[in-house]
Design a binder for this molecule. Sequence first.
Ligand SMILES: NC(=O)c1ccc[n+]([C@@H]2O[C@H](COP(=O)([O-])OP(=O)(O)OC[C@H]3O[C@@H](n4cnc5c(N)ncnc54)[C@H](OP(=O)(O)O)[C@@H]3O)[C@@H](O)[C@H]2O)c1
Length: 338
Amino acid sequence: MSTNPTSEQTLSIIGCGNMGTAILNGLLKAQSQAQPTPPSTSTSTSTTPALPKSYIATTRSATSYTKLTNLCTPYLTPSDPDSPSVTILQGPHANLTAIQKATTILLCIDPADIPTFFADATLRGALSGKFLISIAAGWTRSALFNLVRDVHDLQIIRTLPNMAALVGQSITAIEVPPPLTPGGNEADASEGRPNPTDAHITLTQTIFSAVGQTQLIPPAQMTAFTAVGGSTPAFVAVFADALIEGAVAMGFPRGDAQTTVLQALRGATALMQEGGLHPALLRDQGTSPGGCTMGGLMVLEERGLRGTVARGMREAVSVAGLMGRQAEGAEGFVNGTR
Ligand SMILES: NC(=O)c1ccc[n+]([C@@H]2O[C@H](COP(=O)([O-])OP(=O)(O)OC[C@H]3O[C@@H](n4cnc5c(N)ncnc54)[C@H](OP(=O)(O)O)[C@@H]3O)[C@@H](O)[C@H]2O)c1
């Protein structure tokens, strides 16, 4: 049986680029608060574990090592014994050491680097008895287990955070096993490996609650989530950019346009999220008969905004599915014309 993670442990983060660094940063910030942040979903059956106090972070290049070292300076040799500590490693044995010294490993390297990473037999050997949390887009548990066929006693959980982890506002999917069917057993389709336990899921929730909200998602919805949770920030960025451009075209100073549009977007999100206002009601309440907002909306509808956006989302989900097939060995360009 795979290791059951506890709170008293080291967490190793392999590949501290944008996401790895954002997650590490969120974890360190959460530790500096008096109360650890609880998981944001209520489906867990276990008690909330504390966040790990000790972190090992690895990078591939010396440049990323220096950048991360500068960012983590207060945590490299903390004077306060209650403060979390960070060790940063880079070089040929960095990942091996990071895996050997930790119970839980957060894999944050690029999806294209995954096969090379697991090709190292010594490193694979060190994974025995560990708990691996992957954030790699497109890589299913089954595809990951396929790369570590010779490693027994390894547990893997698949997750998908998004870029807003950088500001503690990610929505992170945590893949949970499908409900058991009559006559089914505890192993899912992931190379016959046992499903993650409640303790694995709860620890994963605790880690990602440090950088936003978490959502437990069945495997069948992970592909859609890759686009719905992962692509939405970029879609909204393009929409925000267009609003700013339109304002500038009408003589609004660029800086003021940006401040105004971003705060308006934040306010609209708060009305829908905290205020519980359905998007359709917000639209209704924001449009006076014969008014300027209605006039603008008429043009957006005429140009098929909703159909276009929904089609973009569907395309992104389709491409995420193709990326998953690439991770399993399929060749080709996922964004080729169809
Ligand atoms: N960005 C997103 O919005 C997003 C959302 C959901 C999931 N993800 C997933 O998050 C992962 C990372 O994405 P990212 O945007 O953070 O990419 P990134 O900025 O390129 O970060 C990847 C990091 O991995 C490091 N790395 C690569 N191979 C390594 C190795 N063998 N050992 C140690 N470090 C290694 C690289 O180090 P160097 O800089 O030193 O080369 C790089 O800093 C990907 O799997 C992606 O699918 C990203």
